[in-house]
Design a binder for this molecule. Structure first.
Ligand SMILES: [Zn+2]
Length: 104
């Protein structure tokens, strides 16, 4: 599995290849084909959120550690379901993943 990870603030993303995971429990494995980048991702890349008046909230403040794969607005092909997953989605079809509720 390939991912582009943030390894240091303001640095180019780094291509990382890892073992493709087996979905466990209610997990769904999705092969991501495209992913939006929103302003949250830019804050991650900078290493902090600018709260104004010189105040910053760091990734550490949010319990986020590097390396980190950005992107929470993905689209991709469903590849496999964990044994406890309950979904109307089908393997081989393309879905948008809404990170707070699942596949659409
Ligand atoms: Zn977002």
């Amino acid at each position: 599995m390939k991912s582009y990870q943030l390894v240091a603030p303001n640095a180019p993303l780094e291509l990382v290849e890892t073992e493709t995971p087996e979905p466990q429990g209610t997990e769904v494995l999705v092969k991501i084909t495209a992913c939006g980048v929103c302003h949250s991702d830019l804050h991650f890349w900078h290493g902090y959120y600018d709260l104004g008046d010189g105040k910053k909230m760091t990734l550490e403040d949010r319990n986020i550690s590097l390396p980190f794969t950005m992107g929470h607005e993905p689209v991709g092909e469903v590849v496999a379901f964990g044994p406890d997953a309950k979904s109307d989605a089908e393997v081989g079809k393309t879905y948008m993943v809404f990170p707070w509720t699942g596949l659409w």
